[in-house]
Structures are given as structure tokens and as C-alpha cells.
Write a protein that binds this ligand. Structure first.
Ligand SMILES: [Mn+2]
Length: 176
């Protein structure tokens, strides 16, 4: 299974005994994740030491910061991401951490992101991936209604799910 993740964070920190935190699943699920088929889009490189980037890339992860994506353009970035995530004929699981999207669109999250991806970029991306790749499922994480403003983050999350489903329908119906 391939994995295309939208997130500002690597989530590859060490677990801290006795203290719960959400930033370690990319490390602690190493027995089920094939890192050579993982793409992390929207990583905020400014908040990490270089070691995190080097470790991810050494494991085979394709890392794209918002800057990387805009420099090559979304068409090329998504084509590259899909090629990486579907290596060896793998299906793709999409995971959207809402903090990968800029705080201007997604303030309702525990770590708002100044400098994240734009809402329409991620809305278009999940649609494009669902249309153009054998996509298995999508999840959305880190949406926090108590921290939201006028439900804008929750509505964005719902729209991401709808765009994903529209892409799945388009792919399913394209061969008939
Ligand atoms: Mn995150």
C-alpha cells in the first residue's frame, strides 16, 4: 500500500514514555508502512532540523514542502507523488492532516500552520489523486471544532471528503 500524506509535520518523533503525543505514528508504525511508497506533501521545513528531512529521505520517503510543490507546479508534483505512491502497483491511501493547510483556511486545529498549503490546492489534489491513482481510502485528522471559527475548518474537511468521493466516482465511471 502506498501512502500520500498532507501534513505540515513529519510525525516521526520518538514516543515519550508516559506522555501521549500524536507526532510519532510515522515512526512507530514502521512494521506496516513501506516508506519507499510514502509521500509527505506540505511539510513545513522551517520548523524542523535537517536531520528529520535526511532521515525521511534516507528511508525512501518523497518529501515535498509547499515551496517544492509550487516551484515545479501541482501537475508535476502530483504526477511525481502518484508515481512514488503507486510503485509496484500499490494502491494509495490518502491521509489529510488539516494542519497541512494554511491557518487562513484551517484555524480549527491544535497547531495552526502559517505558510501551509492553500485550501483549493488540497481540494484539487485529493480529487486528482482519486481520479488518476488506484485509491483505497482517505482519512482526515487534527480537525478540532472547539478551536474552529465559524465551522470553517470543519466545512473544509467535509469538502475535502466530497472532492475525494467525486474523484473516486470519476475514476470508477471512466472505464464504462
Ligand atoms: Mn500535523
Amino acid at each position: 500500500m502506498g501512502l500520500i500524506v498532507f501534513d505540515a509535520h513529519f510525525d516521526s518523533r520518538e514516543p515519550i514514555p508516559g506522555k501521549e503525543h500524536s507526532g510519532h505514528w510515522m515512526r512507530t508504525l514502521s512494521d506496516v508502512i513501506d516508506y519507499r511508497k510514502v509521500v509527505q506533501m506540505g511539510i513545513n521545513a522551517a520548523i524542523y532540523s535537517e536531520a528529520y528531512m535526511r532521515e525521511a529521505e534516507a528511508a525512501g520517503v518523497l518529501v515535498m514542502t509547499p515551496y517544492d510543490i509550487r516551484r515545479v507546479g501541482w501537475t508535476v508534483a502530483l504526477r511525481t507523488a502518484i508515481e512514488h505512491g503507486t510503485a509496484d502497483g500499490a494502491g494509495v491511501y490518502i491521509s489529510v492532516d488539516i494542519d497541512g493547510i494554511d491557518q487562513a483556511y484551517a484555524p480549527g486545529t491544535s497547531v495552526p500552520n502559517c505558510g501551509g498549503l492553500l485550501a483549493h490546492e488540497v481540494l484539487d489534489a485529493v480529487f486528482e489523486i482519486a481520479v488518476n491513482a488506484p485509491t483505497l481510502a482517505l482519512d482526515i485528522t487534527e480537525v478540532s471544532p472547539p478551536l474552529d471559527r465559524d465551522d470553517m475548518t470543519s466545512r473544509l474537511a467535509a469538502q475535502i471528503i466530497m472532492n475525494f468521493m467525486a474523484g473516486v466516482v470519476r475514476q470508477t465511471s471512466s472505464g464504462t
